[in-house]
Design a protein around this ligand. Structure first.
Ligand SMILES: [Zn+2]
Length: 312
């Protein structure tokens, strides 16, 4: 029986935006601008698709905001310590429609949860992080499949709370997020969730698969693997990457996913991870650099990429 998910979570390239967080010198800026420029181009594709729709559906304003999202980016280079921080940008804040805002929001959430993990780790050194993936069978109706997954996850968590024995009994904290895409072969919608579960011992994958099947009635594909403690970001990023894969799907699917999932909670936490606040502000945190001298770098999006205007 195939019990691993077909997309092998940790092997897949999560668009390598993990370096959106952490210490970045000026030498890393060209690569970062390239990544943000690609996301901006994808945002334009979605915006143009929506703007061209025959019936407006109240989306014209959203398209306009998408098209101008990230027209400029302002970085501060704190040259005495060689650190570059995103200081300003005109962002549309529509992270389910906009790849650029999705990257920034994912990076902010990733940073907050990695920071929390470091605190937890110091207090409870016996706990280890595991990446748990839960999937439901593909289906043509995205809302129906998404709700199926959401309710099954809630039931799994309830079993743990009722104390009658669950594979997740040893889990002291968890954060999870929902992701939707089309199944590779079926073309149908394939919602799944990635969870970071903190436990002393690795939850048993086969037992979890059985428990998941008994809850869902139609789905048994789950995956459990340890997260490398020397490099937690590479495992955590699976949970904080985008809810949709903008680069793999046509704008029509992006819009459909947005219309289906907007207003729904796509990131949730429990236990030791409860209460982590992800800020609305999508700029970098200057983290103690405020008193240092800096050079402002102003980039404008021109002809498909970011170009430096003039250092001031
Ligand atoms: Zn945006």
């Amino acid at each position: 029986m195939q019990r691993s998910p077909p997309d092998e979570p940790q092997k897949e390239n999560p668009d390598s935006w993990s370096d959106e967080i952490g210490v970045q010198g000026i030498e890393a800026l060209p690569k970062r601008l390239d990544r943000l420029g690609k996301a901006k181009n994808q945002a334009i594709d979605v915006g143009q698709y929506i703007a061209a729709l025959p019936s407006d559906q109240g989306l014209a304003k959203r398209a306009k905001r998408l098209l101008s999202c990230g027209d400029y980016l302002v970085f501060r280079h704190y040259f005495t310590v060689n650190q570059v921080k995103l200081h300003g940008a005109s962002l549309c804040m529509q992270h389910l429609l906009c790849p650029l805002c999705a990257i920034r929001r994912g990076a902010k959430a990733l940073k907050r949860y990695v920071d929390r993990w470091e605190v937890i780790q110091a207090e409870k050194p016996a706990l280890k992080p595991f990446l748990v993936t839960l999937t439901v069978k593909d289906g043509p109706d995205l809302l129906e499949r998404f709700e199926h997954l959401r309710k099954a996850q809630a039931e799994l968590w309830m079993r743990k709370h009722r104390g009658r024995g669950s594979v997740l009994d040893g889990v002291a904290g968890a954060v999870w997020s929902y992701e939707v895409k089309r199944g590779k072969n079926s073309g149908s919608w394939h919602p799944h969730l990635h969870m970071i579960a903190l436990a002393e011992n690795q939850p048993d994958q086969t037992a979890l698969s059985d428990e998941w099947h008994s809850i869902t009635g139609d789905s048994f594909i789950v995956d459990v693997r340890p997260i490398d403690q020397a490099d937690p970001v590479s495992g955590f990023i699976e949970v904080f990457k985008y809810a949709v894969k903008f680069s793999d799907q046509p704008p029509a699917d992006t819009l459909h996913a947005f219309l289906t999932l907007r207003g729904k909670r796509l990131l949730a936490s429990a236990g030791l991870f409860r209460g982590v606040v992800v800020p609305d502000d999508l700029m970098d945190d200057p983290e103690g650099l405020q008193d240092l001298p800096f050079v402002t770098l102003f980039y404008r999006f021109i002809r498909g990429g970011y170009a430096l205007k003039s250092p001031r």
